[in-house]
Design a protein around this ligand. Structure first.
Ligand SMILES: Nc1ncnc2c1ncn2[C@@H]1O[C@H](COP(=O)(O)OP(=O)(O)OP(=O)(O)O)[C@@H](O)[C@H]1O
Ligand SMILES: [Mg+2]
Length: 227
């Protein structure tokens, strides 16, 4: 594991403006995250944090530059290839959880691993263990609507981490939670990531949470963009 968990060089992303023209949303010369490292990323609204996570995860293509996750190239590749790298190496905790309403907690967690080509690991067993790990062993068969907000967040954490990803991305994971649950959520995320030796990249506005991170970076709106 000589390559970092995440390696970024000269990354750029522009969006097409609804009224024509383009808008430079990201311009990042360099950002590396080591295996097992925990990094908090802050930046004002519109500075491109969600855009960055979506590009790292391969959900959006970059315009220029290089991203490697665990040494695997994410940029300049087809959507299928990016999906494969994401499935193999990335756990993504979305701000709005993105749990599928028709599936149980267990099925939602299992879904996080169904594209993961990991040998010798039964997805259902790993999903059950991840739900145990977040304290939801008695809520496996509940659907999202039958769970509290804090419980839904824990299902989402279990889904992001059940497959032992190399890199966990979390987009403002505590912004929908009250202070006590925010601390609980971040505790869980950090402990779980530590156990899996996953690198953790957390976007957060919450200064209480930022203070817990060994490393903090600030994303700036690129020069020349009107924001
Ligand atoms: N699909 C899109 N088309 C055009 N512009 C977009 C698109 N998505 C995002 N943008 C613009 O790109 C910029 C960065 O958006 P992004 O969502 O990444 O910001 P953010 O840092 O996550 O903000 P917040 O803290 O409010 O979540 C914003 O100015 C936004 O208006
Ligand atoms: Mg955002």
């Amino acid at each position: 594991m000589s390559e970092p968990a995440l390696h970024i060089r000269d990354l750029t992303k522009a969006y097409r403006e609804p009224e024509g023209g383009t808008f430079l949303a990201l311009d990042i010369p360099t950002l590396d995250v080591a295996h097992g490292e925990a990094l908090a990323l802050r930046g004002e609204s519109g500075s491109g944090k969600t855009t960055l996570l979506n590009i790292i995860a391969g959900i959006l293509p970059a315009d220029g530059g290089v991203i490697e996750v665990a040494g695997e190239r994410m940029t300049g590749r087809s959507e299928t290839a990016r999906d494969r790298v994401r499935a193999q190496h990335i756990g993504y905790l979305f701000q709005t959880f993105n749990l599928l309403p028709g599936l149980t907690a267990l099925e939602n967690v299992q879904l996080g691993m169904s594209f993961r080509p990991r040998k010798g690991e039964a997805p259902r067993k790993a999903a059950r263990e991840a739900l145990d790990r977040v304290g939801l062993s008695d809520r496996r068969m509940h659907k999202p609507a039958q769970l509290s907000v804090g419980q839904q967040q824990r299902v989402a954490i279990a889904r992001a981490l059940a497959g032992h990803p190399t890199l966990v991305l979390a987009d403002e994971p505590t912004s929908n939670l009250d202070a006590a649950r925010a601390i609980q959520c971040m505790d869980l995320l950090m402990e779980f990531a530590l156990e899996s030796q996953a690198a953790l990249l957390v976007v957060t506005h919450d200064e209480t949470q930022v203070a817990r991170f060994e490393r903090v970076e600030t994303l700036r709106t690129p020069e020349g963009s009107p924001a």
